[in-house]
Design a protein around this ligand. Structure first.
Ligand code: 5RP
Length: 228
């Protein structure tokens, strides 16, 4: 049986083969995306530009010699490859486990083609086992958290919790905070997405709906390609 890391690596390496010279490539965030970035660098393509979705990915790409460009300095991105925390029906996704969901979504939305890469455990029959990350502005975040709790209750979900780590409250690259909505099961992801976006303090959330064009999932039998 292959390990999750073997599967992540295989999906990242397969995705790296999709890149051609001349492309602007969105570089995802997380351990699977890091395999993609490493495999892409190893191809030594002479004419590609990367748009990183986090400071961590930018640092890795720079270290490996991938030229970078800012999102605002390109019209479109040809291909974005990024990890996922869950891959549900129709390639609906939960992302943001690495707190990069805002830049990730901005890059995905600017892309012609978006490919999710993951290990097999990320496939789920319904979204929600992985807590849904919600990025909020710092100002008044406790009040925003109360409004999120009201929305959670409407959807029969428990109140979201402010994300903390060893060094205290987690702050995103954009200076915002993350609330995680541990749900168990999200029955109406589109309705939940709309409700979350209606809260003024919410910058964005980790529901990536109708954004992935395909997924490359590492399995014991090799990398499987999924389409919506
Ligand atoms: C970061 C993300 C990651 O892509 C997601 O958390 C998957 O991470 P990994 O590949 O390490 O399992 O959304 O914000």
């Amino acid at each position: 049986m292959s390990s999750a890391d073997d599967q992540k690596r295989a999906s990242g390496e397969t995705a790296a083969q999709l890149v051609e010279n001349g492309m602007v490539v969105g570089l995802g965030t997380g351990s699977t995306a890091a395999w993609f970035v490493k495999a892409l660098a190893a191809r030594k393509l002479t004419d590609i530009k990367g748009v990183p979705t986090s400071d961590a990915t930018a640092a890795l790409a720079r270290e490996l010699g991938i030229p970078l460009v800012a999102l605002d300095d390109v019209k479109t991105i040809d291909l974005t490859v990024d990890g996922a925390d869950e891959i549900g029906p129709g390639l609906s996704l939960i992302k943001g486990g690495g707190a990069a969901l805002l830049r990730e979504k901005l890059v995905w939305e600017a892309s012609t083609r978006c490919v999710a890469i993951a290990d097999a455990a990320k496939r789920v029959p319904a979204l929600g086992k992985f807590p849904l990350p919600i990025e909020v502005v710092r100002f008044g975040h406790v009040h925003t958290g109360h409004r999120l709790a009201d929305i959670a209750a409407e959807f029969d979900l428990p109140p979201p919790r402010l994300r903390t780590a060893e060094r205290g409250v987690v702050v995103t690259d954009g200076g915002n905070l993350i609330y995680d909505m541990a749900s168990g099961r999200i029955d109406e992801p589109a309705a939940l997405a709309t409700a979350l976006k209606s809260v003024t303090g919410v910058v964005d959330h980790g529901l990536f709906l109708d954004l992935a064009d395909e997924a490359l999932v590492g399995t014991d039998e090799g990398v499987v390609r999924l389409v919506p």
